[in-house]
Design a binder for this molecule. Structure first.
Ligand code: ATP
Length: 458
């Protein structure tokens, strides 16, 4: 049974046991699925100080519920809670997957080439193609195909995949690794986050093992580094990574990198890295459209072994637009909800609960007034000046920004936005277009607008 699924079901059933919502939010909602091994379900909590309370209070209650699930399903699961900052966290995470000290999975018969620790389901077959990801998918497939056939093409080296959180970058990177490992057992594939690279480098410096560190990274056939944006600002790591990159590239080894933004927009990233990241191909993954979101949900329901009505999938897809991780979480929670009510089908109410467990931001309804106030505060002007008629520069620019944001963030017509500013719609259109082109041309301005958006959503 899927780990995420059972932990969701457990949490849903706990809702009935913990009627006080604040208690539920404080204790139960923070649990995350960690691993399942030898009939033990390991759930993660953020801090070890909390473990005592879990062991005393919550684990016995949850185990009772789990026993009921066990009876229904003929399983024999026990529950354990592991803190993210505890010493055995990494060990528990890798149970069932044999690994070396660096978290690289060792396949017993090919010890010579340690294998990376990968999520089993992150394979190409489970990746749903849509307009938002087709280029990234095609490039990833080409890299995997080439490597499986002992080839590295300069066109795809490095492959740089960027996009917002939860849109499938890790999935694609791991799919590449899976594919190569399926086809070849003589390929040293290393997949890790840039944070892990940094930590290893720091500990190599501390333990005086720089040579081993370098040798290890420069002996791989393919290096996949996830979330490279985290090395920005870290001069030492950038220096080391630069040399690793150069060395591997010159040896004709494949490099794949992911980030939440394109190289040029990663602040404080050394120019020489920015330029090298662009030597191969840069592809983006954007927000999936409605059809792709529904197709992803269909795929996920198969993986979860459930059948959910098409209208229910549509409801979830309509309400979760920006993040596939949330999309699949909402589906899993909806299914768990229906099971906890002993139903074999998912109702719209289950789906509503599933969606609301994920879209905290959307549940806050943003109004034109919120936007106007936040923009006025940011530029230190009065709300009435922002909405007023004065054409002074210090008022016009914030006014146009607020118009742009209203049009961009609220699902309302141009005319409604115009009404909010006591203007006609052509004035709003003009302001919108002006800000839009400034965003396109000026990176700093783009970041500023993103920051304002974040503030509005928070
Ligand atoms: N096109 C897709 N088809 C099927 N599942 C997808 C697709 N895109 C993403 N997913 C799923 O969405 C979840 C989040 O994806 P992933 O972890 O790859 O995101 P990410 O872009 O690496 O996010 P972050 O930057 O936060 O690490 C995963 O479970 C992944 O399998």
């Amino acid at each position: 049974m899927n780990l995420e699924y059972i932990s969701n079901e457990l949490k849903e059933k706990m809702k009935a046991n913990v009627p006080d919502k604040a208690q539920y939010d404080t204790w139960i909602s923070i649990l995350k699925p960690l691993n399942e091994f030898n009939d033990i379900i390991y759930l993660e909590i953020p801090k070890k100080e909390l473990k005592f309370i879990f062991d005393q209070i919550w684990v016995p209650q949850m185990q009772e519920i789990l026993n009921k699930i066990n009876n229904e399903r003929n399983t024999n699961y026990k529950l354990e809670i592991i803190a993210k900052d505890s010493d055995d966290y990494e060990k528990i995470l890798s149970l069932g997957k044999s690994t070396d000290n660096n978290g690289q999975l060792l396949i017993n018969d090919v010890n010579k080439y340690p294998k990376p620790l990968l999520e089993k389901t992150n394979i190409f077959e489970n990746f749903v193609q849509g307009k938002s990801n087709q280029l990234a998918l095609a490039a990833s497939q080409s890299v995997a195909e080439n490597m499986a056939n002992y080839k590295v093409s300069r066109v795809y080296n490095p492959l740089f995949i960027y996009g917002a959180s939860g849109l499938g970058k890790t999935h694609l990177m791991q799919a590449i690794a899976h594919k190569i490992l399926d086809k070849r057992d003589d390929c040293y594939v290393m997949y890790l986050s840039s944070e892990k690279f940094t930590n290893e480098m720091i500990s190599a410096v501390r333990n005086n093992t720089n040579e081993e560190f370098r040798k290890k990274y420069r002996s791989v056939d393919m290096l996949l580094i996830d979330d490279i944006q985290f090395i920005a600002n870290k001069t030492g790591t950038q220096e080391e990574f630069f040399h690793t990159f150069e060395d591997l590239y010159n040896q004709g080894k494949q490099i794949v990198i992911s980030s939440d933004r394109p190289p040029k927009e990663i602040k404080h990233l050394e120019e020489r890295l920015v330029s090298r990241f662009g030597w191969g191909i840069i592809v983006d993954i954007s927000k999936p459209d409605f059809e792709t979101r529904v197709a992803i949900l269909q795929k996920k329901q198969d993986e979860l072994g459930a059948v959910v009505d098409y209208e229910i999938l549509e409801y979830i897809a309509e309400n979760i637009e920006t993040n596939i991780r949330d999309l699949e979480g909402a589906l899993a929670t909806s299914i768990a909800c229906s099971k906890s009510n002993n139903r074999s089908y998912v109702t719209l109410d289950d789906a509503r609960l599933g969606v609301s467990s994920r879209v905290h931001v959307k549940s806050k309804r943003i109004t034109a007034e919120d936007i106007q106030q936040i923009v006025a505060d940011r530029y230190h002007i009065k709300l009435q000046d922002l909405k007023g008629k004065s054409r002074k520069r210090e008022f016009v620019m914030p006014r146009q920004i607020a118009m742009y944001l209203c049009r961009d963030m609220l699902s309302v017509s141009l005319v409604s936005v115009a009404n909010e500013f006591n203007r006609d719609h052509s004035t709003v259109m003009h302001g919108y277009e002006k800000i839009e082109s400034m965003i396109e041309e000026d990176q700093d301005f783009r970041s500023e607008i993103e920051e304002i958006k974040k503030e509005i959503k928070s």
